[in-house]
Design a binder for this molecule. Structure first.
Ligand code: ADP
Ligand code: MG
Ligand code: ZN
Length: 512
């Protein structure tokens, strides 16, 4: 279950926005004293309130009964704007970044607003515009009609041309102070009837690293996992899982045979204060999960993962051959004990990784077909050391009958999208996507098959689909739509158990 707290608690008035006091005061005053300008630039890290503030501002400039600069929510204009946003036009530059779209916008800005005094264009992620689109936008910014206000928002201000910067009133949104976050989280939990203790509150707020949105997404996972009753142990467990990101990186570099990435990711974990023995144990545990997923286990009681993590880990499992995983599992299990007595445990761990990397059988790029084993000697180590763990899709090589099954273009795109989702810390989306077990492309539409009804409902809404399409388009521009299909998948439990017994021999027991 997923609460989508960040959406439920989207601020509706300026007074709901936490932190950012300087910005909020200035904007309120501009409205109160009618000192509006035609172009605003909201920049700053993600999840700090840029889009929310832009939307509030767009309503406030049209509200006829605004109190202290806030939109009243009740006047004819506020009501009309809440229903049909004809005068508040949100453009996501990430998916509408072409010059044609901006030209289209230039033609439309000439028409007066239908509801209130102003037409407000909110251009989100404006740094994603192409050069020619920037130039087209610039023309509009030079001579905007009196009834138009632009709000450009971006997380990457350094990517904007100086010509745009110089035409906008700039507001820098800041990461939030830990205490502000704590108090906001307290308010959210209290109003949802979620129980917590002070220590957990602090831990979750801290994990948000200054972003309200990230904090609420993490709070979401913790609250659903803890069933509305948050204890420090659970919070720590859920948050601690982010250690897995490092393990995933290590495995990814093994799959890519990327020595440089391998050393970097090991260094990263150790630099973060992690004990090498713990790392080794967690790596072994993680690999155990990969093996189980590979053979089809879907039971969280057996797997040591969160319900939300399944699809992502399954995706990693597709990078490896089950025989390789078995060897890796024994290797890490074997050195775990030796690490304790080693004078240089780091070297021991690294050398274990290198042995695995050399063994030339890490990967099969099939889509999780445990039945379709690939002879290990079919896969040759790549010659070059790659610096990027994940590469953009390359044209597919001609498939020879004996060659390992290639991951389809769609799967590659999807794999890259999943990584982007994680990189951008879209926890809620990432959780929901874990139920997607198959992705196919039909007539430029990407169909996501999920075997979980509640996840389908979570993915299948405009917000999420918009974000996803944006990310998909980074790797495949031709996709125009994403659809989610519920698809009950039947795996026989007996098959799964047999498979597991095969692999773990006596080390695994099932409750009958
Ligand atoms: N300053 C803030 N005050 C209150 N909630 C916020 C704030 N910043 C972000 N949020 C929360 O995060 C969600 C996303 O915020 P958003 O305005 O889209 O951030 P940004 O555009 O800066 O990435 C909101 O729906 C809200 O729940
Ligand atoms: Mg935004
Ligand atoms: Zn109003």
């Amino acid at each position: 279950m997923n609460l989508a707290l960040y959406r439920e608690f989207r601020p509706k008035t300026f007074d709901d926005v936490v932190g950012q006091e300087y910005i909020i005061n200035t904007l309120k005053n501009q409205i109160k004293y009618n000192r509006l300008t035609h172009a605003y630039l909201f920049c700053g890290p993600r999840g700090t309130g840029k889009t929310s503030t832009a939307k509030i501002f767009a309503k406030a400039v049209n509200c006829t009964h605004s109190a202290d600069g806030n939109p009243c929510g009740l006047c004819a204009e506020c009501v009309a704007l809440n229903e049909a946003n004809t005068d508040i036009i949100e453009i996501d530059a990430a998916s509408n970044n072409r010059v044609e779209e901006i030209r289209d916008l230039r033609e439309k800005v000439a028409f007066p607003p239908l509801i209130g005094k102003y037409k407000v264009y909110i251009v989100d992620e404006v740094h994603m515009l192409t050069d020619s689109a920037f130039n087209a936008l610039l023309k509009t910014l030079e001579e905007p009609p009196a009834h138009v206000i632009f709000i450009l928002a971006t997380t990457e201000i350094h990517k904007l041309p100086a010509t745009i910067l110089s035409r906008c009133a700039r507001f820098d949104f800041k990461l939030l102070e830990i205490n502000t976050l704590i108090e906001h989280l307290r308010h959210v939990f209290d109003s949802k009837g979620i129980k917590y203790d002070e220590k957990s509150l602090h831990l979750i707020a801290k994990a948000g690293e200054g972003s309200v949105r990230d904090m609420l997404s993490i709070a979401d996972s913790v609250a659903s996992y803890a069933n509305y009753n948050i204890t420090f142990d659970v919070a720590e467990k859920v948050i601690g899982l982010s250690n897995r990101d490092s393990i995933k990186k290590i495995l990814q570099s093994l799959a890519n045979k990327d020595i440089s990435a391998l050393f970097t990711s090991i260094k990263e974990v150790l630099g973060a204060g992690k004990n090498i023995q713990v790392l080794c144990k967690e790596t072994a545990d993680f690999i155990k999960n990969l093996i189980m997923i590979k053979v089809g286990v879907g039971d969280y009681a057996v797997l040591d993962i969160l319900p939300g993590e399944y699809a992502q880990i399954a995706d990693i499992a597709t990078l490896f051959d089950v025989n390789f995983l078995k060897r890796a599992f024994s290797k890490f299990a074997e050195i775990e004990l030796n690490l304790k007595y080693s004078l240089n445990p780091e070297n021991l761990f690294e050398s274990a990784c290198l042995t695995l990397l050399d063994d030339g059988a890490a990967q099969v790029n099939t889509v999780a077909q445990s039945t379709q084993r690939v002879a290990t000697n079919n896969v040759k180590p790549t010659q070059t050391v790659q610096l990027q763990p994940v590469q953009e899709a390359e044209p597919q090589a001609t498939v020879q009958p004996t060659a390992p099954v290639q991951k389809s273009e769609t799967d590659r795109v999807w794999g890259n999208v999943l990584i982007k989702v994680r990189e951008n810390n879209l926890f809620a989306l990432s959780n929901a996507l874990t139920s997607v077990f198959k992705v196919e492309e039909i007539n430029k539409r990407l169909i996501l098959h999920t075997n979980d009804l509640s996840s389908r409902d979570l993915i299948d809404n405009k917000d999420k689909l918009d974000v996803l399409l944006k990310l998909v388009n980074l790797f495949d521009e031709s996709i125009t739509k994403i659809e989610v299909m519920y698809d009950k998948q039947n795996a026989s439990t007996q098959d799964i158990k047999d498979n597991l017994k095969e692999i773990f021999k006596s080390k695994i027991k099932f409750k009958e």
